[in-house]
Design a protein around this ligand. Structure first.
Ligand code: ZN
Length: 311
């Protein structure tokens, strides 16, 4: 789990516990009003506990008082059992009592909360769903089908199914419009999310807008996404090369983002309609080499074929 969501998760669990406590306090009030004898016992218990503290502070022996307390506690327990009284707050999760952890390990409910946050922040929820196992290139008749089919299995087997050991940091898919780049990127994102890996999918245009807000110190929701760009485990930038070049913003934030992500061993995937020549003249050779160096990159270009969006 990445640290980015720590605060949000803490808040979610704090409000779950607060709600359970509030409900239980209200229920307890009703319960006690129906059982005056029980309420009396609780009062005696409180008084005895207080007496023990006071007596102890005076240096007087409290053995007798502790014995009395034991008897009262037994009476309370017996009364509750006989009258079927329950005083446990109605936690949403009984396994962790809304703490999120059981014996120091994340509870199943915490994993579900985390996955939901990943989905919410991926920006995939507003896009069509592509599943990596639904790859249609295995049986369609398009010139790019064979290559794309191979790419699907590489992305599935070597990236999604083995993310922790995947040797590539950067991915680049370059190709003509409609050959299936975005579908593969979305299918990869979907498969990673399913495994609880944080993914942020956005267009290069959105990327620039986020950093434009950040650069001008705007406290917008958009500007806050800059942190997620840096922290997510897989960043996917689509329509790369179609963003406006703003002075002191576009290239500067792009270069520093990629450098930061590489230094932190985070993966970045770009889809572009530009070929190598156009990419070099726009971003320079040093930048392009970060996506083409076989030591740490998987780059495929330039895919040509049938425009599948037309049909
Ligand atoms: Zn739980």
């Amino acid at each position: 789990m990445i640290k980015y969501f720590n605060q949000q998760i803490q808040n979610i669990y704090a409000s779950k516990r607060a709600l359970a406590k509030e409900i239980s306090q209200n229920e307890n009030k009703v319960l006690l009003s129906l059982h005056p004898k029980f309420e009396e016992l609780l009062k005696i218990k409180k008084q005895t506990e207080l007496d023990i503290v006071k007596t102890k502070s005076k240096g007087i022996d409290v053995t007798d008082l502790q014995e009395t307390l034991k008897v009262i506690n037994a009476d309370i327990k017996q009364y509750a059992q006989q009258n079927n009284l329950q005083f446990t707050p109605p936690y949403l999760c009984q396994s962790c009592k809304d703490a999120g952890y059981v014996d120091g390990k994340p509870c199943e409910c915490l994993k579900r909360e985390y996955y939901a946050l990943l989905k919410e922040n991926s920006s995939l929820t507003s896009l069509p769903i592509f599943r990596i196992e639904d790859n249609k290139f295995g049986n369609i008749d398009a010139p790019q089908a064979k290559g794309m089919n191979k790419l699907y299995s590489i992305m599935r087997n070597k990236v999604c199914d083995d993310f922790a050991n995947c040797k590539w940091n950067n991915f680049m898919l370059s190709g003509a419009s409609g050959v299936g780049k975005t579908c593969l990127a979305l299918a990869t994102a979907d498969a990673l999310l399913d495994k609880g890996i944080s993914v942020f999918y956005l267009s290069a245009f959105e990327f620039v807008n986020i950093f434009l807000d950040k650069h001008t110190h705007k406290q917008t929701a958009l500007a806050r996404k800059a942190d997620y760009i840096n922290e997510c485990e897989m960043l996917i930038i689509d329509n790369f090369g179609e963003e406006p070049i703003y002075k002191n913003v576009t290239l500067e934030y792009l270069f520093s983002t990629i450098d930061k992500r590489m230094a932190n061993n985070k993966k970045t995937f770009i889809c572009t309609r530009l070929g190598a020549g156009a990419l070099i003249s726009r971003y320079g050779e040093a930048f392009l080499s970060k996506f083409t160096d076989k030591k740490y990159s998987l780059s495929v270009g330039f895919i040509t074929g049938e425009n599948l969006r037309k049909s």
